[in-house]
Ligand binder design. Structure first.
Ligand code: C2E
Ligand code: CA
Ligand code: CA
Length: 451
């Protein structure tokens, strides 16, 4: 047995020190090196007020490549990225690698937004050239977030947090974007945090409400169900649209808390309706990436005493595509319990007909943007016609959203669309008004009421 100590030289304290500051894969410095560099520069600049910049570089679509070609290929790409970054950064700059596909650069001579963007564009171009993996070439893009000291943060942690925020915004815009942290972003973040606090309080105080909008059979005009829509009227902030606060709750990680409260409220209100009416509820995209969503939903229904067969969950294509495997499981578990699945906003996402075949849906909701132009725009009319024909062929139910006029309702009925929803049939109304409406209009109501 060879003794390891006899073969491997014992590292000296200097070696150990170097190792602690080095990323072993690429040979670049690591996060500790970056921290030291930033602290040193900040201390130097305390007497000389010139700003400097840090930049976080994140590769777009690296994970799928790693999954597809293997971690060897992934490592090879990371090394090539490290090499390119080292070769292209301006004099005096330092590049480091953090976890995964994230790199950082300290730029002592970048003082303001325009030059940050210029350097960012150059880095982006350098990283977008093909990567040689021996038997094949792959292409990647990169997203970049910049933060300028001292405006975006005076210490290391604050500065990096700002750069991460800028990167997050760049990523949110799609691939290959550059964002420099600015006072506008800082203000938006502050407003979002205030909104977050107010929303968390509103949820705890049970002040977020649910309204209901009727979904009708286009032939005959009977109401068949209602879509639940969240409503929040804050005493200080006034009316806040769900298109603002739902994404905020997703981004800040408390969408479950919000959605659970809304589902409970909506299901409780629905208990008072005739039993043939369904409740359609919007599931947020973040919930489809969480495997606990199905069991959570079902346990809320059980505690309210609500039959899952009366529930439809509205989901979007984008949500399905974010985490296809988890989404598939959540959908399958919900359907197993009798919940039906509607594909919401159809036609607005990265629609692919193939996807319709991959996932099991029961219903498709055609987005308002098509419905609102079917009278004047031939192209929209044909698209809607084709979608209806396809859904009929696949035995999927169809709802046209955002019907505002009788002409649209008639036209859609002629086109063979089964159901409709929109201001023409009814605006979203609170639980009390909805119940009153049903008591005076719905033919089944008296039967159920007696039973
Ligand atoms: P959505 O799911 O597409 O909901 C339909 C939106 O269109 C609603 O807006 C509704 O009030 C509006 N609408 C309905 N008919 C008409 C019409 O004839 N004309 C026009 N112009 N608009 C019409 P709302 O309530 O502001 O909700 C906006 C979005 O916020 C929803 O779009 C949905 O994505 C999200 N949202 C609302 N409530 C919830 C919720 O409880 N959970 C989740 N995850 N998302 C929700
Ligand atoms: Ca919806
Ligand atoms: Ca919709």
């Amino acid at each position: 047995m060879p003794e390891p100590d006899a073969i491997l030289p014992v590292p000296t304290p200097t070696d150990l020190h170097a190792m602690a500051y080095t990323d072993l894969l690429t040979g670049l410095g690591n996060r500790y090196r970056l921290r030291d560099k930033v602290r040193l520069l900040a201390a130097e600049r305390a007497s000389d007020p010139a700003p400097f910049a840090v930049c976080i570089v994140n590769l777009d679509g690296f994970k799928p490549i790693n999954d597809l070609f293997g971690s060897h290929a992934g490592d090879e790409i990371l090394c090539q990225v490290a090499h390119r970054l080292k070769a292209c950064i301006p004099d005096g700059a330092t590049v480091t690698r953090h976890e995964g596909d994230e790199f950082a650069i300290v730029l002592p001579l970048v003082f303001e937004r325009i030059s940050a963007e210029r350097v960012g564009q150059m880095i982006k171009d350098v990283l977008s050239a093909p990567y040689d993996l021996g038997d094949r070439n792959v292409r990647l893009s990169a997203s970049l977030g910049f933060a300028i000291h001292p405006f975006a943060g005076s210490d290391f942690d604050e500065l990096m947090k700002s750069a991460e925020t800028a990167l997050y915004r760049a990523k949110r815009r799609g691939r290959g974007n550059i964002v420099v942290y600015s006072s506008e972003i800082a203000n938006e973040m502050k407003r979002a945090t205030e909104l977050e606090q107010a929303l968390r309080n509103a949820i705890i105080k049970d002040a977020v409400d649910v309204h209901f909008q009727p979904i009708v059979q286009l032939k005959g005009g009977n109401v068949v169900g209602f879509e639940a829509l969240a409503r929040w009227n804050d005493p200080d902030l006034g009316f806040v649209s769900p298109a603002v606060f739902v994404p905020l709750a997703e981004e800040r990680g408390f969408i479950d808390m919000l959605s659970d409260a809304l589902l409970r409220k909506a299901a409780e209100a629905t208990l008072a309706w005739p039993r043939d009416l369904f409740l359609s509820f919007n599931l947020s995209s973040a919930q489809l990436t969480d495997p606990r969503t199905a069991s959570n939903t079902l346990s809320i229904l059980t505690s309210v005493g609500f039959d899952p067969r009366r529930l439809e969950m509205e989901i979007t294509e984008t949500a399905v595509m974010t985490a296809p495997d988890t989404a598939r499981r959540v959908i399958a578990d919900l359907r197993q319990a009798g919940v039906r699945i509607s594909l919401d906003d159809f036609g607005t996402g990265q629609s692919s007909l193939g996807r319709l075949r991959d996932f099991t849906f029961d219903k498709v909701k055609i987005d308002r943007s098509f419905v609102s132009c079917i009278i004047d725009d031939r192209a929209s009319e044909h698209i809607v016609k084709a979608v209806i024909a396809m859904c009929n062929g696949l035995e999927l139910e169809v709802v046209a959203e955002g019907i505002e006029t009788e002409a649209e309702a008639l036209k859609l009925r002629q086109m063979g669309c089964g159901m409709g929803q929109g201001y023409f049939f009814g605006k979203p109304a609170d639980a009390t008004a909805t119940l009153r409406y049903l008591q005076s209009h719905h033919h089944e109501f008296t039967v159920v009421d007696r039973g």
